[in-house]
Design a protein around this ligand. Sequence first.
Ligand code: SF4
Ligand code: SF4
Length: 120
Amino acid sequence: MDAVEKAREIIGKYCYEECKASCCRRGMLVLDVSEAEVISMDPKPGKDGKVVFDLGKQKCPRLGEDKRCIVYDKRPKACRDFPFLVSGNKVIIAPLCPLGKDPKLDFIIDILRKGGYTII
Ligand code: SF4
Ligand code: SF4
């Protein structure tokens, strides 16, 4: 398994137990209509064809009470990719995510580095 995939898998427990899925309750989610339909029964695209969810105003409707995603297997790519933006061997960690700020999560950064990635 690639180090980024492994890091995404490992952070999952922290996501719902400690972070309480803050990325599903904050920030903006910008999706194509087909992906937005996973989240909303009636997505309303803008002129650019994108559907914008302001999760700061209203948490994602697909976030369960237990802080787990109830459409996990069908969740949009932006959700699957989060909190990493990968370009070649470079990884940007989304500023919204405590990864990189919470020392408890340093071992995940180490996994990325040992896997050949540079954190920028
Ligand atoms: S912000 Fe980071 S730690 Fe928190 S739920 Fe999202 S991916 Fe997990
Ligand atoms: S679809 Fe799932 S992972 Fe994506 S914001 Fe909603 S609850 Fe979070």
